[in-house]
Design a protein around this ligand. Sequence first.
Ligand code: KIV
Ligand code: ZN
Length: 531
Amino acid sequence: MTANHEMSNADMNTNQGSPKPDKIVVFDTTLRDGEQSPGASMTVSEKIKVAELLEEMGVDIIEAGFAIASEGDFQAVSEIAKRVKQSVVCSLSRAQFPDIDRAAEALKSAERKRIHTFIATSPLHMRVKLQMTPEEVHQAVIDSVTRARNHVDDVEWSCEDGSRSEHDFLCRCIESAITAGATTINIPDTVGYAYPEEFADLIRMIRNRVPNIDKAIISVHCHNDLGLAVSNSLRAVEAGARQVECTINGIGERAGNAAMEEIVMAIRTRGDVLPVETRIATEHITRASRLVSAITGFAVQPNKAIVGVNAFQHEAGIHQDGMLKDAGTYEIMRPEDVGLVRSNLVMGKHSGKHAFRKKLEELGYELGDNALKDAFIRFKALADKKKEIFDEDLVALVDDEIAAANQRIKVISLEVACGSRPTAVAAIELDIDGNVQTAKAEGSGPVDATFNAIMKLVPHQATLALFQIHAVTEGTDAQAEVTVRLEEDGKTVVGNAAETDTILGAARAYVTALNKLLTKREKSAPATLSA
Ligand code: KIV
Ligand code: ZN
């Protein structure tokens, strides 16, 4: 059976009988599953920024967090619920009444709200993790969905580890969830184990066997452990799924989730094989990717589909020749469709604020007035130190600026003495919650001395799990992009900074990571800075 044949026979949950292509509901979980990935913590204000952009992009459902998980998550869901008007705002909850009630409380002010409740249905998860019998799980499905429906009309139920669940039991749980009032049934491939055709068969099986399936939308939620999350999601859509769960840049637990930009652009580009549509305004994709990358500190790999810096670059002579004759020779999408503008606007020492703003817009950034002013000051300082300013320099600079906004600890100055002397000495000045404090420390080298000095002002137990430096561009005056990963009590945080002075970059990356650690601590209890 071809995909098209399946579509016309699909008895789809949306747009039934309409000649128009079916709409795929885009459910973004960057702020929930994405934020669960180690190191990707976001503050409430950062989450609000991302949610506002997701709404502007036309995302149908924004999963804003897991309200019961922490005070920070609750606050993020409720603040997003207050602000977002067009998209449905959703909170995750386990199949427990306190979770569901907390989700409802956080969503109180949302104009359009959804509770997403889940429980595992695979034999392994039920036996080992939940230590519940299938009968108990089945009852929990009914009770949790009923409870959620008492709060809201829009309830999504997920069978965690659905792709490894027994079919009879899975169908029974789905049927009962729909009878209890679930309006969306989500089938997660929680561990990224499914194979595309197998996952499509699972969706077809559910559509064929669950008697009341026409009363709900089938959703899929695919993890990327085998690099198949996007393929599995698209095959599921071919088989009749009408909601796809995804994240910006594919961030998420372990290897991540299906990347929204890849799903959306595959659907847009290959409407000939998959005649469906999304409501996403794709020209915001680059901006969203950059924002999420800057906030989480998770760099996007250069060759990443759609949003990698090389995704629309043509290096080989033969390709360049073809491109000059007709862009269609090597380009299947137009860069402007994802918000990338080709330009020859060269930035340097003499560029003004207007050109700077325009250049940032072309690179996919839209900064507020204050952020633009700060970024411009840093750009001027960089232009004084560096002969040529490349787009990569500006991307590093602005990402750095976004990550540094609203931090409790900031580096004011750093002086280091190092070289052939027995020990290096660093003197650092930090602004901690508005108080300027200084410290001096020795170390085996400049980085060690700098980190020791910071440690004197911000004592902590975290271990340095990663310290990495790479040059943003070529040349000895290139900016160094420094990444620091800290681990404390099972929590991982990542800090990035870009500077022409590598040691100053290291100090700032370290401080950014410490700021994130404080945010993580604040989520469970108000943080105290002992300095
Ligand atoms: O991967 C998963 O199973 C999940 C569920 C909570 C939907 O994230
Ligand atoms: Zn997940």
